[in-house]
Design a binder for this molecule. Structure first.
Ligand code: FPP
Length: 253
């Protein structure tokens, strides 16, 4: 006897009208920290924290869409994370496949475009393949830009930009005099993207950990003690309320 699977349609997330907020970040960046501690508290292996983190990523995407945030940049793997034990690194490298296997249809349904920043070529072939597939499937979408920082390091990014810039000056494709902040920005992985308006870091740590060093120059920072696997819409909303109350002066008065 063949079993008919129930018809499953992905949820279409609606942008909330009439929120109490007078402004929301156009570009939100998040350092999703605390997976290991979350697992340890439960007597579980660290990878259990990373596994739980995936559903929180998708819930965060849903909330970002609801509040009409346009760009969400998530720190998923840093250039320093290769120093972790091999089994954990291997597990982290398999997460994009697991995540996209479950959630790519919903992301497509919701007009999300997937991109990455970081040293993409340094990733394992299987990881690159699955991410490239998702990029290809979503490249014409013009809803939320879901930007995974993977194998990303701020200093690496700046060094790479400086080397390319120097090469272009040497090849006479660029004049040293013409280099200003906007020209330099075009050499970064974030070329074309506006800087983040808000950075959230979970887990109580208050440091940048080599994330978006150039781009966060004038961003607002918001920290919570909540460990990433416990991050939810209520806490996300708290961050948005506090951001709404901040007055941004960009060095002016
Ligand atoms: C930091 O917690 C988290 C990471 C290094 C990995 C981030 C990965 C995810 C959030 C999973 C989602 C991935 C995809 C591709 C959707 P930690 O391990 O440093 O925690 P600890 O500081 O408590 O040890």
């Amino acid at each position: 006897m063949s079993m008919k699977l129930p018809f499953f349609k992905n949820k279409q997330i609606k942008v909330l009208k009439n929120t109490e907020l007078s402004k929301v970040p156009h570009h939100l960046a998040i350092i999703m920290d605390g997976n290991g501690r979350w697992a340890k508290k439960r007597g579980l292996p660290r990878i259990a924290g990373h596994k739980a983190a995936m559903d929180v990523v998708q819930n965060t995407v849903r909330t970002a869409i609801k509040y009409d945030i346009k760009i969400l940049t998530l720190f998923t793997f840093s250039t320093e994370n290769w120093k972790r034990p091999r089994p954990e690194v291997d597990f982290l490298m398999k997460l994009p496949k697991e995540f996209l296997h479950v959630y790519l249809p919903e992301l497509i349904e919701n007009n999300v475009r997937i991109e990455t920043i970081g040293d993409f070529e340094g990733l394992p072939e299987g990881t690159k393949k699955v991410i490239n597939h998702a990029k290809e499937k979503t490249r014409n979408n013009d809803g939320l830009l879901l930007n995974f920082a993977i194998n990303y390091g701020g200093r690496f990014e700046i060094m790479k930009a400086v080397k390319q810039l120097a090469a272009d000056i040497e090849n006479k494709e660029l004049q040293a005099d013409a280099v200003d902040e906007s020209v330099f920005s075009r050499y970064l992985f974030t070329n074309g993207l506006p800087d983040p308006d808000l950075l959230i870091r979970t887990s109580g740590e208050q440091r940048l950990s080599n994330f978006l060093l150039w781009q966060l120059a004038y961003s607002e920072f918001w920290f919570t003690d909540t460990l990433w696997p416990d991050f939810n819409e209520t806490i996300f909303y708290q961050a948005l309320v506090e951001y709404d109350q901040r007055i941004r002066r960009y060095g002016g008065l």
